[in-house]
Write a protein that binds this ligand. Structure first.
Ligand code: FMN
Length: 326
């Protein structure tokens, strides 16, 4: 093995971290190529969601989040990571290229956040004490800023405006069999490698509109137990000033840094992204923040002890190394 080559153990650490990132419906829409100390991150078009994510924005956010995890894992292994998000028209599925350089002083913050990767899970449970402490609020806002995105916390009036948009979304979805069929394909039941298992859907909400998205489509999921959710959820909108493919990848990096800082602060996150899947409602969400830009994620934060885990495909399914190719 040349000095330039990462060992299989290192590749496993890097890629296991990458694929722990969140992705819409846990599609894991990525693949990776490792050549020497260069890691390329690609979108996996076979895992697209044409009905719910026709432009691929959610895929790019997921790929950005996986790229952030790669950076954390690289730091934990004693590497600096240099990366570019510039799209290459000749290779449209290539979204990021990362080069690892050995260092005696790996980024301490990334190393710390690496420890949070296995602890972060989306939680669709009711949460306790929605008053997020000021220190945590600031840390989360700064996390997004570090990755060139904004996290705006919504005051109570704005929270209710966003919840109001969820009624609109539900009405649109009722008549859209394509969206419902796509969701049924990815959500519900027992899942070994991808998709969202019934076990992590959380309870149904006793009130409507609910501060948690009910992803259930199957008859058994639609009759699961109900619970009372917080009336004043802590909601924040993650957005960027532009909406290019690079902005969407940057939003993914910012999302993951924010979620890992939240995990460190003892907070769980869930997402109310359904209005963002319709262009007009996405603009309304952005309008509700009172700031110019393009909303990427509506995030609900809170304290919960529930650990809901989703499966991942084995690393060998989505990585190619230079050694294999030659
Ligand atoms: C771009 C994007 C959009 C998402 N939208 C939602 C959503 O609207 N509602 C929801 O409950 N979860 C949403 N999720 C969370 C995924 O369902 C979750 O990340 C996936 O099932 C993997 O689970 P984990 O986050 O616990 O690892 C979204 C994730 C991403 C990256």
């Amino acid at each position: 093995m040349s000095e330039e080559q990462l060992s299989m153990v290192q590749i496993d650490v890097l890629l296991s971290a990458a694929v722990s990132a969140p992705s819409m419906h846990n599609t894991q829409p990525w693949r990776f190529e490792v050549n020497g100390r260069v890691i390329d991150v690609f979108l996996d078009g076979a895992r697209a969601l044409p009905a719910e994510d026709p432009t691929g924005r959610a895929m790019r956010i997921a790929a950005g989040a996986a790229t952030f995890n790669l950076r954390c894992a690289a730091a934990s292994l004693g590497y600096d990571s240099w990366f570019g998000l510039v799209p290459d028209p000749t290779e449209p599925e290539l979204v990021a290229r990362m080069v690892l350089e050995p260092t005696d002083t790996p980024d301490r913050k990334l190393t710390e956040l690496f420890l949070q990767i296995p602890r972060r899970h989306t939680s669709r449970e009711p949460v306790r004490a929605v008053n997020v402490p000021t220190d945590a609020l600031i840390a989360l806002t700064q996390a997004a800023r570090t990755e060139n995105a904004d996290l705006t916390w919504l005051p109570a009036v704005a929270v209710h405006e966003v919840l109001g948009l969820l009624i609109d979304t539900d009405l649109r979805e009722i008549g859209d069999w394509h969206r419902r069929a796509e969701r049924a394909h990815w959500v519900g039941g027992v899942r070994a490698t991808d998709g969202v298992p019934s076990s992590v859907l959380g309870p149904r909400s006793a009130s409507y509109p609910s501060p948690v998205r009910d992803l259930g489509t199957r008859p058994t999921d639609r009759t699961r137990a109900r619970a009372t959710f917080e009336a004043e959820p802590a909601l924040a909108v993650l957005f960027t000033t532009g909406d290019s493919t690079v902005d969407q990848l940057a939003a993914g990096l910012a999302l993951q840094r924010t979620l890992l800082v939240a995990t460190r602060e003892g907070l769980k996150a869930a997402f109310l992204n359904q209005p963002l899947e319709f262009d007009d409602l996405r603009r309304k969400v952005q309008g509700i923040t009172g700031k110019p830009g393009f909303a990427h994620m509506v995030i609900r934060f809170g304290h919960s002890t529930v650990q809901d885990t989703t499966p991942r495909r084995p690393v060998a399914d989505f990585v190619h190394t230079g050694a294999e190719k030659s």
